[in-house]
Ligand binder design. Structure first.
Ligand code: CDV
Length: 312
């Protein structure tokens, strides 16, 4: 057995005016509870230090800069890292990153038990749009605020296992999980902010959104025989609802823990990384069963290419 006890630290809403220090205090309270419940690893949501700001359009440079971290840890987040080191808890943390060159990414980091950053991931699949869209009931301006990630989908050895990261919309793309699966991933960590309604399809509400979330998480886990830990920022942010539904999924694709609220809530589960072995050696033994000679289109083309019309 190789047990990693994981704490999925769902966050309730973060209001636009909530200062970093108050948010970090909430993250630390969840870490205290995680430590008390024996966690080795705590997983926080996407953009865990701010409100989900891509819903707002602004050209105010100072306001925009205020949403990004220029160092990690920085002055506001250092107490969280200090606590993690004291408790020897590894951590996944999502935040908005601004590099010294001024590039902007939707980023997550992975730390080890010593509080050292062992992995960085920058969100590859940015949903939404790059300019203000008056047709939408609310904005989803990730393409305005971020560049697509430039680091691919690496995995890292941590806590005696192989861990990978992705962020929110990445979970809807099977390529995300498969690229990590091809590196032997045993636990995929991801945070998300998913609006409860579709801004372009008002009849698509929270039930459908939760269904789609679980559908892709469970499929990604099963098809790659890996644990998946998916953590929401949930609830009403300045009147804008986000789904909850944080889950821990086992390598059979079964949900073993799920959030019951849309508030700060901790799910704790002892995950045996050896539970990934059976699937990886049998039905999803990639080396024996994959047929890459038929998968060329996956990387050769981006959009759909329709077959030619039959001649009339
Ligand atoms: N933060 C996200 O990536 N949200 C998307 C929304 C736009 C659907 C998601 O895939 O959940």
């Amino acid at each position: 057995m190789r047990i990693v006890t994981v704490a999925a630290a769902q966050l309730g809403p973060i209001q636009r005016a909530e200062p970093r220090e108050a948010v970090v205090a909430r993250l630390m309270a969840l870490m205290e509870e995680a430590h008390a419940r024996g966690a080795d690893l705590i997983v926080y949501p996407e953009l865990a230090l701010t409100t989900f700001f891509p819903r707002y359009y602004t050209t105010d440079a100072a306001e925009i800069d205020g949403w990004y971290e220029t160092e990690m840890p920085g002055p506001a987040t250092r107490p969280l890292f200090d606590l993690a080191r004291r408790y020897r808890i590894a951590m996944y943390l999502g935040y908005a990153e601004r590099t010294p060159e001024g590039r902007r990414f939707n980023t997550a980091i992975l730390t080890d038990r010593e509080g050292a950053i062992v992995g960085k991931y920058r969100k590859v699949h940015l949903p939404g749009h790059g300019a203000y869209d008056p047709e939408r009931s609310f904005q989803h301006l990730e393409k305005y605020y971020f560049e697509p990630g430039d680091l691919g989908f690496p995995v890292w050895r941590n806590l005696g296992g192989i861990m990978g990261m992705c962020i929110c919309n990445d979970r809807r793309w099977p390529e995300t999980f498969r690229v990590m699966g091809l590196q032997g991933v045993e636990m995929v960590l991801l945070g998300y902010n998913t609006p409860s309604t579709n801004s372009q399809k008002p009849e698509e509400g929270p039930e459908k959104r939760l269904f789609h979330s679980n559908l892709v998480l469970q499929a990604g886990a099963y098809q790659n025989s890996t644990w998946v830990v998916a953590v929401a920022k949930a609830g009403l942010e300045d009147g804008h609802p986000l789904i909850g539904g944080s889950v821990i999924v086992n390598p059979d694709g079964e949900v073993v823990a799920s959030a019951q609220t849309e508030a700060d809530e901790l799910l704790v589960h002892a995950c045996d990384l050896d539970d990934t072995v059976f699937g990886k050696q049998t039905i999803f033994d990639f080396a024996r069963h994959r047929r890459v000679e038929h998968y060329g289109r996956i990387t050769a083309q981006t959009g759909v290419v329709l077959p030619t019309e039959p001649k009339a």
